[in-house]
Design a protein. Sequence first.
Length: 373
Amino acid sequence: MKRRSFGQGRPVSLFTLGTMRALSSVEHMARVLEAAVDIGINHLETAPAYGPAEQFLGEALRSSSKIPQGNWVITSKLLPGLTFEEGQRQLNSILQRLGVKTLDNLAIHGINLPEHLDWVLQGDGAHLLDWALASGRVTQLGFSSHGSFALIKSALDCKRFSFCSLHLHLLDPQRLPLARWALNHGIGVMAISPADKGGRLQAPSATMRSDCYPVEPLALAYRYLLAQGVSTLTLGAAAPNDLSILKNLAQCDGPLNEQETKALRRLERLRKERLGNEFCKQCRGCLPCPNHVPIPDLLRLRNLAVGHDLVGYSQERYNLIGKAGHWWESVNASACKGCGDCLPRCPHQLDIPQLLADTHARLAAAPRRRLWG
């Protein structure tokens, strides 16, 4: 598998093995690791927040006889907001679990709010990151984020990080300008969950499969991001066979070919045709909403449900709203009061209140009937 530069650290394979799914046993993790070596992966992504993943990974690394050329590159994470002493303890525990003296890449796990970035830049967070580098425990620093465009840009601008992990997807490319800026400034970019969070494309709808024909949706999603120059894409394999799709993609890091370009254009054309004058183009001109409704993000889910019959994925994401803290949206379409404040700002004259009502009707889960009372 080809490798790309990744910030100031060692080059990484086009695909990164995410370790949050192979969790049944150490032996299970070891089998997935060996399959990753066979296919050419050299980069592992883990975190203390992934349950037993980090412990399983460390034990599997110690017992496995297979290693990639040049050894593994490992990324782990720390949550923001820790005290200096707690951060020291947690980083030492990461190194101990993984069985390494130096961690290649340490990411701040979820700079999702302004106070998370403040922690990085001053006080305990700043002291902790300085210590991690100066002590030789960490080679380079990065961050992941589910936050706003402006917050991610501020994190990239702060000159603290040499890599980032962002949600970049075929069906949601709004953060690609940030990725391009980062790459142009020597900052490595890892695409987080481009398959599952990108539309559950490992199990696409029949419509989505037909829309991308003759290219498989998952392959098109991966190739789209690689053609943009993204350093590496995560694949959270639950079993060795989950890596089989990479056999045909290990060397495919160039521009989209003619067949892929045609599939991408067909996908975009059919989405627009099905949505017609209800297609939200994600310009974000409707914001801010006085009731804090994240209008473009909700209408994007409607675009996918109507445009490609990705109903299961869209319902899953919609019904997570308000249940994931700062990791996802907190307000759904039912908060729209029909005030019309957004209407004159929409350059495409969408009836936004009506579309939000339709989004809620399509995607909201029916209340479950209680078994008592």
